[in-house]
Design a protein around this ligand. Structure first.
Ligand code: PEP
Ligand code: CO
Length: 469
C-alpha cells in the first residue's frame, strides 16, 4: 500500500477533491493558474512561522486564538471601512478576552482570501428554475442567472487582487498600531449604550483599572498590532498555484494566507485536500463536525502533523450547542492520549444554523453562547485547554443572527441581512459574546457570579419572544 504522507504519497491531483467547481474550460483554468504561479505570494514564510509559534502557545494554554470575519467575503464589498470594521472589532474583543484569560490573544481574520464556499447541494431551485449553486465570489456570481452561476476561472485572479488589497489595509493598520486605551474607551461606550451593558460594567471597570495600573507603573506602551489572515483552502488549483517552495530550506508554504483550514465537507483523510495540506508548512486547521470519529481525528493528525509540531495543527470544533458536551470529550481524550499537541478551537456558529420562519438562514445568540460554554466545560473537566474561538462576524450593524443584548428577533432579520452565505454576529452581538465568554475564564476576576449562572442569565437576556422553543 502506498504511504499517505511524505515521499511516495499520492499527489493531491490524483485524489478526489470534493467540492471542486466544474470549471468549464481546463485550458482557461491553466492560463489563470500559470499567471498566479508567476505572481508574488501574499504572505511570507516568516509570518507563517510566527503564527505557528503563537499557536504552539495556545496549545499549551499560554495564548488564546480569536479567529473571525465573514462567512464569505465579497468582491463588491471590498472597502477600507469594512476591513477596518472587522479589524477593529477583533481588536476590541481581544482587549476583553486578554484581560479575562490573562494570556495573549492571537488575532486571525477570516479575511483576505475567504472567497470560496463548500455547499451542501450542487444546485439551487427558485420558482421552479434550477441553476448551479453560488460557490463564493472566487468561483461564480451570486445573481440568479445562468451567466452568473457559470464558474469563471478569471475570478481566481480577482480573488488574488482582493486578498492582496485586504492584506495591504490590514498591514497598514498593524503598522499604525492601536492604542489599547482607545479600544477600551470604545468598549466602555458600548457598555453604557447596550441594554445588556449593566452586566458588563464591572468587568469593563476592572479592565480600565488594569490599564491605569499599567500607566502608573510606567508600563509598556499598550498597543495592539498583529493580525493574521486565514481562509478555507477549498480551491486547490488556486492554492497550489500560490504555493512556493524554498529549495534551500526545503520548506513549502501556501502563499495565499497565513493559516488555511480544511472544511468539514472536505476533510476525508484520503482526499485531495488533506493530501495537499500535508505538503505545506503553514499553520493549518481542520473543521471537526459532529460526524467526526476519534479514529478520523487521529488519522488526520497522522497525515497532517506526523512530527507532532506544536502550533502546526488546530482542530476547529463545530458540533452544535446540543451535542458538544457529549461528542467532544471522547475526541479530546483520545487525541490527548495520543500525545498530539493540537490547538482546540470552538466554532459555535456552524453547528447552530437553522431557517427562520421568514426563510432567512439564522443562528440564535443563546445557542452560540451555549456551545462555547459546553466547549469550555468539557476542557475544564478533562484538564485540557480551550484554545480559542472561531466566529463569523462583521463590524457592520447587520441583522443576521437573533438574540444578543439588543434582542434581535426573527422580524428584524429582513432589515439588514447582507451575508452571501451564513449569518454573522454584528458588532454589538460580537462584543456581547466577548464579555460573556470572558466570564467563563475566571468568574472571580471578571466579577461574574458563577459560570453557570452567567450562561443561563445571558440566555434569558438574549431570548426573543419570537424564538421557537
Ligand atoms: C465555514 O466556515 O463557512 C464553513 C462552511 O464551515 P464548515 O466547513 O465547518 O461547515
Ligand atoms: Co460559514
Amino acid at each position: 500500500m502506498l504511504p499517505l504522507t511524505g515521499e511516495g504519497a499520492p499527489h493531491w491531483r490524483t485524489l478526489v477533491a470534493h467540492q471542486r467547481p466544474e470549471w468549464p474550460s481546463p485550458a482557461e483554468l491553466g492560463d489563470v493558474t500559470d499567471h498566479l504561479a508567476a505572481l508574488p505570494p501574499l504572505v511570507t514564510p516568516q509570518e507563517c512561522d510566527t503564527l505557528t509559534a503563537q499557536l504552539a502557545q495556545a496549545a499549551e494554554g499560554k495564548a488564546f486564538l480569536l479567529q473571525g470575519g465573514d462567512c464569505a467575503e465579497r468582491f463588491d464589498h471590498l472597502s477600507t471601512r469594512a476591513i477596518h470594521g472587522k479589524t477593529r472589532l477583533l481588536q476590541r474583543m481581544a482587549v476583553i478576552l486578554t484581560y479575562a484569560s490573562s494570556v495573549p490573544v492571537v488575532k486571525v481574520g477570516r479575511m483576505a482570501g475567504q472567497y470560496a464556499k463548500p455547499r451542501s447541494r450542487p444546485t439551487e431551485t427558485v420558482d421552479g428554475r434550477t441553476l448551479p449553486v453560488y460557490r463564493g465570489d472566487a468561483v461564480n456570481g451570486i445573481g440568479f442567472s445562468q451567466a452568473e452561476r457559470r464558474p469563471d476561472p478569471a475570478r481566481l485572479l480577482r480573488m488574488y487582487d482582493a486578498s492582496r488589497h485586504t492584506l495591504d489595509v490590514m498591514r497598514a493598520f498593524a503598522r499604525d498600531g492601536t492604542d489599547l486605551r482607545q479600544l477600551h474607551k470604545e468598549n466602555q461606550d458600548f457598555v453604557s449604550r447596550s441594554p445588556a451593558g449593566a452586566r458588563y460594567d464591572e468587568l469593563a471597570s476592572r479592565i480600565g483599572q488594569a490599564l491605569s495600573f499599567n500607566d502608573a507603573c510606567g508600563g509598556l506602551p499598550l498597543r495592539t498590532t498583529e493580525l493574521f489572515a486565514s481562509h478555507e483552502g477549498l480551491l486547490l488549483d488556486y492554492e497550489a498555484a500560490l504555493t512556493r517552495h524554498n529549495p534551500r530550506s526545503g520548506r513549502r508554504y501556501a502563499g495565499s494566507g497565513h493559516m488555511l483550514w480544511i472544511g468539514d465537507r472536505t476533510r476525508q483523510p484520503d482526499g485531495a485536500h488533506v493530501a495537499y495540506f500535508a505538503t505545506i508548512d503553514n499553520p493549518i486547521a481542520v473543521k471537526v463536525g459532529p460526524a467526526t470519529t476519534p479514529e478520523q481525528a487521529l488519522a488526520l493528525i497522522d497525515r497532517l502533523d506526523p512530527d507532532r509540531r506544536p502550533g502546526r495543527l488546530t482542530f476547529i470544533v463545530r458540533m452544535g450547542a446540543d451535542r458538544v458536551r457529549y461528542l467532544l470529550p471522547e475526541l479530546v481524550e483520545k487525541v490527548t492520549a495520543s500525545g498530539a499537541p493540537v490547538v482546540w478551537v470552538c466554532d459555535p456558529m456552524h453547528g447552530n444554523t437553522f431557517e427562520a420562519p421568514g426563510g432567512h438562514k439564522t443562528r440564535r445568540f443563546d445557542d452560540i453562547l451555549a456551545e462555547v460554554a459546553g466547549f469550555f466545560d468539557v476542557h475544564k473537566a478533562l484538564g485540557t485547554h480551550a484554545g480559542g474561538l472561531h466566529l463569523e462576524l462583521t463590524g457592520e450593524d447587520v441583522t443576521e443572527c437573533v438574540g444578543g443584548g439588543t434582542d434581535l428577533g426573527f422580524d428584524d432579520l429582513h432589515r439588514r441581512y447582507e451575508s452571501a452565505c451564513d449569518p454573522r454576529l454584528n458588532g454589538g452581538q460580537a462584543l456581547d459574546l466577548a464579555f460573556l465568554v470572558a466570564e467563563m475564564f475566571n468568574p472571580e476576576a471578571t466579577g461574574a457570579v458563577a459560570p453557570d449562572a452567567a450562561v443561563n442569565g445571558a440566555a434569558r437576556g438574549a431570548r426573543h419572544s419570537n424564538s421557537p422553543a
